[in-house]
Each structure stands twice: as structure tokens, then as C-alpha cells.
Design a protein around this ligand. Structure first.
Ligand code: FAD
Ligand code: DLZ
Length: 508
């Protein structure tokens, strides 16, 4: 009897129970396939990183004595889809049984279900043993009504006994220290550099190019920086806890041209490939807190990202797919401006966020939400295009996490499933949180006129055109009151300026 066990590129969980014992009847299968490189145009570093990490993982399994079948992108035998490769591997290995872990993406889950059923072999699907909620439980919690993230998060904190006083109340008296986490970064303390690796992936890059895979962004194959193994990922985690976590909360919402990474963790690539477990990441932060090295507000702010947001968006994804991927509550249909692909815009905030995304395959949360996301929201860009951009450009982008963040949190295309109001901001927000405006071609104080920052008129245009939906939302009441207080000519000039900009977004 031979069992094939499929390991996907984002299932590199070395601590999975599958790998505990060596069994000569089990063959682990990993494959680099065009169906996955081509369903969207990915950042070059994302493809490089996934393939390099998969190869290391396959090698480590073989070294530990497991049987491994690994299909490289350039292998002439490769049929370039999970289903087609599985069917010849079944023949080749004389397989009598198939097993796999749950896939994180709806698309892949459907394809694999079909392939396994079509094989006619007995098969099983097991947990990927990664998330803090099993998938069915996560989806069940969202089945009737999606709770606000804050309540979902508190429940998990109670369930797992995280940051609680002995009586079950939250440590320090508050569940959430977000109010302490909104500072602009003045340049001090210095933002520590991330512990970038210097992997030379030029040979792999050549294989990818020779195979004809189309990518975007800078491959940086000569000095590829992202962690590629569990050991390297653990070193990133230690580095984060020691050097950046102490300031994480305070500057979580800051943006700066002087640092693309500020005090962020840079752990999403390692987490999403499952090289790290979310619980070990949380525990590392909690231990630093207990040792007195990190304040409660920073610790709680970080734990909320992993235990709260990450699990929450996944739960929404599995409760609401496949319909969620087609929602467009605001009827947005403009194409994304061309400069999303080359960063060639006069707006300093967008130029910086897109430029660093193309260079690193990374932008931090506030850049994704309040710079690139905010612009697309205000301009009414088609959420299908916005999704494809986000799904391609970031090394950590997998649909289960990208889609709710983009279509839901950032574009409000889900009509308020994930959040109760859109994350919209004018130039005042960007100026408050960043150092972009002082050197920008546009003037952050102007609503109209030649140098008026486009974010200002687009902000008002967005709220006016969606007044019916948002006008009675108490969280937006202040914005609508400010609009009413503006004199009539000012309002007309602002809306006219927005129309001018909307007529040629490519020119901004
Ligand atoms: P940090 O800011 O240091 O946060 C620590 C960790 O918390 C992250 O590694 C991540 O695992 C988790 N986290 C924080 N915020 C979120 C969130 N909103 N949703 C899920 N997990 C979160 N994250 C992805 O992993 N993949 C994506 O494709 C992705 N797309 C996004 C698209 C948009 C429009 C927005 C607004 C956010 C998106 N995020 C995505 C969430 C977040 O921006 C990234 O997780 C974060 O920037 C990764 O960098 P970091 O590890 O330095 O994060
Ligand atoms: C993203 C990606 C890419 C680019 N290539 C592969 C691949 O060749 N082989 C593979 O197993 N996985 C790849 N992935 C990750 C898959 O798309 C991922 O498994 C699904 O997104 C399911 O979450």
C-alpha cells in the first residue's frame, strides 16, 4: 500500500503530525505548477520565496528519511496542475491512497476535492494544524452574523487564557490599548533594520524565467531577503521581539519615507507559509512582556493582530466564500491607475508605498489600508482589479487573508460585513501620520486648484456620492457635518476638482 500525501507551497509546517514518524509507505508530494504561478501575476519575490522554501522543505523531509516526489517548475514531466500531476504520480508510485491537508484557498480546495474524488482512491483531508481555530469552527462562528473583530478577539483571549488577570478580566483592566497606538514617528527611536537574509537565488530565478512565468516587481535574486526555513523564520521572530516589539504599538499606524518597515514584524510571509505557528509567535511576545521587556500596550497591540485580525479574516473568508469574492457594494468600476504597476505618480505617499511594494513585495498595514487602499476606495476602482493587485504584489498574499482585507476592510465592497465604516482618509490623515506631504508635488492643505492634493477632493466626492449609504452612520457624522458647514462655492469647486482628477487618474 502506498499513500501520496500532498504538501502545498503554503503548507510548510515542519511540526505537523504527518512528519513525526518515517513511513516507507508514504510519499510526500510537492510541486511547482503553472496553475499556481499564473492564476494572478505574482511579485517575483513571492514566486522565488515560495519555490525556494518548498525546495528546502522537500530536501529536509528527504534528509529526515521520508520518501519525497518533488516536481520543479522546469521539469519536463511536470503537467503544471495539481490534478494532472497527481494522476501520473498515482501511476508512477502505484498509489492506493491519497491524503492532503485542508487548503487555505477556496479555489485550490475545490480543485483538490475534485482531483481526489476523480482518482477513485480512498482519500482523507486533515487539518493543516496551523490556525488557532479549526476551519469549520471558524466558519461556524460567522455563520449567522459576523461579530465585530473586538468581540471575536476577546472570546479567543478568554478561551486561551491570554493576557488575563486571575479573575478572567483583561490584564491591566482594558481589552484594547489601541488609543495608545496612534503616534506619528518622529525619527526616534531609530527603526531597526529587518534581519534580511542574503540568499543567492539567481539559478532558481533563471529556471522561473526559462519556464515562462510572468511576474512583477524586483526579483532581487542575488540577495533575496525573506526567511526560507523554519530556523530562519524563528531568527526573524527573535529579532522582532528583541528590537521592534517594544515600539510596535506606539508606531503601528505611522508611515515614513525614512523606513519602509518601521517597527513591524515582517513575519507574515513565514506565518502564511506555516514556517511559524501563530501560537509560538504570540507566546514569544507574551514571554517578553512577562520578563518586563515589553509594555502591556505594545504586547496587546501585537497579540490582537495575530489572535484577532488574522484569525478573524480567515473565519470570514471561509464563512462567506465563494460569494464574498464577487461583492461590490459600492458599485466601483474604474480601472486602477497605471501607476499602481510602476509607482510613477506625483503623489509622494502613493509613490513611496507602491515603489517599496515593487522593490520588496512588502508594505506595512497602514500603507496598504490608508495609502494604496484608500486611494482606490476614494477613486471608486473596481474591486476585482484591486484584489488582483493586492493578491499579486505582496509576498504574503494568499486569498484567505488578502480578500477580506482588501474587498472588505479596505474597499467596503462587502457592504459592512467586516467593518462598520469605510477606512477613508483625506490628505489631513496622511499628513498627520507620515512625513510624505512636506516634499510632495501636491499641497495637502488645498482642496482645489492646480496643486491640490487629490486625496482631498476625492475624499469629499466619495462621501457625497455615497451619502445615502453612509449619511446616517454615526461614525461618519462629523465628516458630513464638516461638509455641510463648507460654503456652497467651496463645495462646488471641490467636487469639480474631483471630477477633473477622476477623468484622468493616470495623470496624477
Ligand atoms: P505586522 O504589522 O508586524 O503585524 C504582525 C502580524 O499580524 C502580521 O504578520 C500578520 O500575520 C498579522 N496581521 C496584522 N494585521 C492583519 C490583518 N489585517 N489581517 C490578517 N493578519 C494580520 N496580510 C497578509 O498576511 N496577506 C495579505 O495578502 C494581506 N493583504 C492585505 C491587504 C490589505 C488591503 C490590507 C489593508 C491588509 C492586508 N494584510 C495582509 C494585513 C497586513 O497588512 C499584513 O499582514 C501585514 O502588513 C504584514 O506585515 P508584518 O508581518 O510586518 O505585520
Ligand atoms: C502562491 C503559490 C505559487 C506561486 N506557486 C505554487 C506552486 O507552484 N505550488 C504550490 O504548491 N503552491 C504554490 N503557491 C501557493 C498555492 O497557491 C497555495 O497553496 C494556495 O494558495 C492554497 O492556499
Amino acid at each position: 500500500m502506498t499513500c501520496l500525501r500532498l504538501v502545498l507551497g503554503d503548507q510548510l509546517n515542519a511540526r505537523h503530525t504527518w512528519f513525526r514518524a518515517v513511513d516507507g509507505n508514504v510519499v510526500y508530494v510537492l510541486m511547482e505548477v503553472r496553475s499556481e504561478t499564473d492564476y494572478v501575476r505574482h511579485h517575483a519575490q513571492k514566486v522565488l520565496g515560495i519555490f525556494a522554501a518548498m525546495r528546502r522543505f522537500g530536501d529536509a523531509l528527504a534528509k529526515a528519511g521520508h520518501r519525497v516526489e518533488y516536481l520543479r517548475i522546469g521539469d519536463a514531466r511536470n503537467r503544471h496542475s495539481f490534478a494532472a500531476n497527481l494522476s501520473w504520480l498515482i501511476e508512477r508510485c502505484g498509489a492506493t491512497r491519497l491524503e492532503r491537508m485542508e487548503a487555505d484557498e477556496w479555489r485550490v480546495e475545490q480543485a483538490l476535492n475534485q482531483a481526489f474524488t476523480a482518482s477513485g482512491l480512498p482519500h482523507a483531508v486533515v487539518s493543516a494544524e496551523h490556525f488557532l481555530l479549526e476551519r469549520a469552527d471558524a466558519a461556524k462562528r460567522m455563520a449567522k452574523k459576523v461579530p465585530r473583530m473586538e468581540f471575536f478577539y476577546r472570546e479567543l483571549r478568554r478561551r486561551d487564557g491570554i493576557l488575563l488577570e486571575p479573575d478572567g478580566s483583561p490584564r491591566g483592566g482594558q481589552w484594547n490599548y489601541d488609543a495608545e497606538n496612534r503616534e506619528k514617528w518622529p525619527g526616534e527611536p531609530p527603526a531597526p533594520a529587518w534581519p534580511w537574509q542574503r540568499h543567492d537565488l539567481r539559478a532558481l530565478w533563471q529556471e522561473i524565467v526559462d519556464a515562462g512565468v510572468q511576474t512583477l516587481g524586483d526579483p532581487s535574486a542575488k540577495a533575496f531577503g525573506w526567511p526560507l526555513s523554519r530556523r530562519e523564520a524563528q531568527a526573524w521572530l527573535r529579532d522582532f521581539v528583541a528590537h521592534r516589539l517594544p515600539h510596535f504599538g506606539r508606531f503601528q499606524d505611522a508611515i515614513s519615507e525614512a523606513s519602509p518597515t518601521l517597527f513591524h514584524a515582517g513575519l507574515s510571509f513565514a506565518l502564511n507559509l506555516k514556517m511559524l505557528h501563530p501560537r509560538e509567535v504570540i507566546d514569544a511576545a507574551l514571554e517578553a512582556f512577562e520578563r518586563g521587556e515589553v509594555a502591556l500596550a505594545a504586547t496587546e497591540g501585537f497579540v490582537r493582530q495575530i489572535l484577532g485580525w488574522r484569525e478573524f479574516v480567515r473565519a470570514i473568508y471561509w464563512a462567506r466564500m465563494p460569494g464574498y469574492a464577487t461583492l461590490n457594494a459600492l458599485g466601483a468600476e474604474r480601472p486602477l491607475p497605471r501607476w499602481y504597476w510602476d509607482a510613477d505618480t506625483k503623489m509622494a505617499c502613493l509613490r513611496t508605498a507602491i515603489g517599496q511594494s515593487l522593490a520588496l513585495g512588502y508594505a506595512h498595514h497602514i500603507q496598504r489600508l490608508m495609502v494604496t487602499g484608500n486611494f482606490a476606495l476614494l477613486a471608486g476602482c473596481d474591486p476585482d482589479e484591486v484584489d488582483a493587485w493586492y493578491l499579486g504584489i505582496y509576498v504574503d498574499a494568499f486569498e484567505w487573508v488578502e480578500l477580506p482585507n482588501t474587498r472588505g476592510m479596505s474597499q467596503f465592497a462587502d457592504g459592512g460585513v467586516l467593518g462598520s465604516k469605510p477606512y477613508s482618509g483625506s490628505a489631513a490623515y496622511v499628513n498627520r501620520q507620515s512625513d510624505h506631504c512636506k516634499g510632495c508635488h501636491y499641497r495637502h492643505t488645498l482642496r482645489h486648484g492646480e496643486r491640490a492634493c487629490p486625496l482631498n477632493s476625492l475624499y469629499w466626492h466619495f462621501h457625497v456620492r455615497h451619502r445615502e449609504r453612509f449619511g446616517r452612520n454615526p461614525r461618519l457624522a462629523m465628516a458630513y457635518r464638516s461638509w455641510e458647514r463648507m460654503d456652497t462655492d467651496e463645495r462646488a469647486a471641490t467636487l469639480a476638482q474631483a471630477e477633473t482628477y477622476l477623468a484622468d487618474l493616470d495623470a496624477l
